[in-house]
Write a protein that binds this ligand. Sequence first.
Ligand code: MSP
Length: 535
Amino acid sequence: MNTFYITTAIDYVNGSPHLGHAYEKVLTDVIARFRRLMGDKVFFLTGVDEHGQKVQQTARARGIPPQQFCDEISQEFRAMCATLDISNDDFIRTTEPRHKKVVRDLLQWLHDKGEIYKAEYRGFYSTRQEQFLQEKDRNPDGTWPELFGEVTEITESNYFFKLRQYQDWLIDHLQKNEDFIFPRYRRKQVLEFLGEPLNDLCISRPKERLEWGIPLPFDEAFVTYVWFDALVNYYTAVVDKPGFWPASFHVIGKDILVPPHAVYWPIMLKAAGIEPPRSILAHGWWSVNGSKMSKSTGNFVEPIAFAGQYGVDALRYFLIREMSVGQDSDFSLQQFLARYNAELANNLGNLVNRTLNMTNRFAAGIIPAAAPGGDGATGGAVDAAAATPEAELRALWEKTRDEVISLHEGFQFHTALERTFAFITATNGYIEKRAPWKLGKSAAPADQALLRTALATMAEALRLANALLAAVMPGTTAKIKAVLGLPAAPAAADAAAAGAWRDELVWGSRLAGNKVAETAILFPRPQSEKTPAKS
Ligand code: MSP
């Protein structure tokens, strides 16, 4: 069985979870669920990044110990995952003993191998911000901005990791592995960065400046710099799980691709003699109402509250439908509601309701078998002019299914959803065409046969479209299965389930004889639609 190890970035705990964090988890979850449906043995990791200056400062400002602060905020991130139906197998915190041990072992190993050395670090230091400044931080006139307070040039001893000596190896690795970075166009950005000689990486901070970190095993007067701590989480989580390293995908935002994930991380692993990850997927950024997300301007979406108000799957659907993986997108309530109404409520929701209503009205709630010859099967030869509506719908299904699977494989989820919903639209169109409400009024045997075919066809098309939506809307699709009288999905981890999904995607008659529910409320009308905001 194919193993598939996928991770998200681990989020800083110096603030509460926001839409960007939520998106990354949902995207990774969709990939993980899809791989499970395809039969892979998946391990899905997410978690939080708890050390560093910012956390130390924020905790101090709140007057509580940093560990207590981290305990509180990481709980919010955990809760977000639970609320959003994220199917992670593990949740890692960088303050856990299992992680500290792996980081310290790795540092010791690299130090013993001569990959780490001590040297003087000279630079401009802001005491107020407790950080070294870069030339790019200066005002155009050469002075330092107010926010840094007094800036002095200081010299400090620190430890350095020999990044530069692996530069050529990394360039070569990128050239040989076209799929190392997704989307491919971002590889250029990495190669450009590698066009300049790399500086060795300063990987320590003296304890008197930063206490909140993992002490270096070979010099306890220092703690390790955040990236050297954070990146290692991916390895920590599977250190005792044979078969999962190297990671299949690290899913991250575009801001942390270069240099941390695409340069530091593969080189750290190479230096330690560990295989680099197979791929890094860099997604784009969300803005909200056209500008950068910010709490102070109210331009902030709280994922837990939002999902509570509008529905978890509606949020998941919107995030995946709206953003093309790799590109940026904008989030606005207006656009969310437009999709909610048109696509979820009036298209999918409508198909579910019509199917249940008509099955109850015309067939006592039992899905009939299609009349002989009414299953849309064409024996391979579809004559477009002579094709029945059933045959047309079935042919569209087959095309849609194959496209959607390959779009999923290429992470084109937004297009996959578009195609799936086009099939749902076509199914609603099929119902209009067959007009079961008219057939139901006729006692003629031919009309009755056609009525059975129509009811069977719409239920089957719904079952199939629903199966394609399972990775994006796990809660809703489970509900739809239930109202069609189908058993819940087999446990994802169940090896016997491998391939079961492929079978589910085959047009057939497995619904015949199922008792449907009376009604299903999947997408209640959102509140703010009832009370439009004053503008
Ligand atoms: N702690 C580091 C990552 C360490 S990974 C070994 C970090 N944390 S973060 O909280 O700032 O960001 C976590 C993830 O959220 C990153 O992948 C980042 O790109 C993503 N996002 C943060 N804001 C975002 C948006 N506005 N939109 C989409 N994703 C965004 O960086």
